[in-house]
Write a protein that binds this ligand. Structure first.
Ligand code: APR
Ligand code: ZN
Length: 250
């Protein structure tokens, strides 16, 4: 492991154009569950499969049930950025990290201080009334304690997160692709690379320095082709990144 950390340190020292592509595994060290690890959300027992609950049709047909799951599992109170989020802020401040492309909706990268974050699956921070499009922040949603949040006009509020059956925001995708395509070091961490089109964006990386950090061997087989030449570091992304020193280049 140590020689792989040394290799990662050298790659980071020699790059001024790093992009970080992350998934739910980046937030597990902050206390959030991921989806597909053995103890992840998709292995827990619910009346419906979580992939069903987190879908467009379920939101409209079972709004109350949607918000019960969403409040219980995704709007976790008191979560804080972990060592991974913090190191990425340091790398961005040093001018080395150009963008974070995340599948997460928890807002922890911004909470840590990262500026350039492309949220492919949206964010819990943004919520809009389905009737009048009024904007509400996450605290207003939390104040309903799991009940369906309603707007002052009486309309139902929907979070601006990308549910199954919904498309990604094209503008966000375009910016993420541009950042990945122009980077010379792509670090892919804490993701099983199961969900498309998000996972497919890493195919736009044209450089030779691809690093994958994952605590298990749970990368989706369909994605193995995308990362076959990667430096694979088995470990917790927070622990791995906390060993990296950010050297400010002259
Ligand atoms: N460090 C490194 N890897 C980790 C850590 C950690 N601390 N914790 C978990 N992992 C790994 C797991 O081994 C797994 O391979 O992160 C990966 C998380 O994979 P998923 O749970 O599938 O999460 P993700 O890839 O982000 O899922 C993508 O699926 O349900 C949708 O919209 C949801 O954005 C999500 C998308
Ligand atoms: Zn309204």
């Amino acid at each position: 492991m140590e020689d792989k950390i040394t290799k990662l340190q050298n790659l980071i020292d020699n790059s001024q154009n790093i992009v970080f592509f992350g998934g739910a595994g980046v937030s597990t060290e902050s206390g959030l569950k991921d989806f597909r690890s053995v103890d992840g959300l998709y292995h827990m027992k619910y009346d419906y499969p979580p992939e069903t609950i987190l879908s467009h049709s379920f939101f409209y047909e079972n709004t109350k049930e949607f918000y019960r799951f969403y409040f219980d599992k995704l709007l976790v109170d008191g979560i804080k950025p972990n060592a991974a989020h913090k190191k990425l802020v340091e790398l961005e401040k040093a001018g080395k990290l150009k963008a974070i492309v995340t599948q997460n909706i928890d807002g922890l990268h911004q909470l840590a201080g990262s500026k350039c974050v492309y949220e492919l699956h949206g964010t819990v921070a943004k919520n809009r009334c389905e009737r009048c499009r009024a904007f509400y922040n996450v605290d207003y949603i939390k104040s309903f304690n799991g009940d369906v949040p309603t707007c002052k006009c009486g309309g139902t509020i929907k979070p601006e997160v990308v549910l199954y059956e919904e498309g990604l925001d094209q503008n966000t995708v375009n910016k993420a692709v541009k950042a990945i395509a122009s980077s010379d070091l792509l670090i892919v961490a804490g993701t099983s690379l199961t969900v498309y089109p998000a996972s497919g964006l890493i195919r736009f990386f044209g450089g030779k320095n691809l690093v994958v950090i994952n605590k298990d061997d749970t990368i989706n087989n369909d994605a193995i082709g995308l990362i076959k030449d990667a430096l694979f570091i088995k470990g917790k992304v927070g622990e791995v990144l906390s060993k990296i020193v950010v050297n400010i280049s002259e």
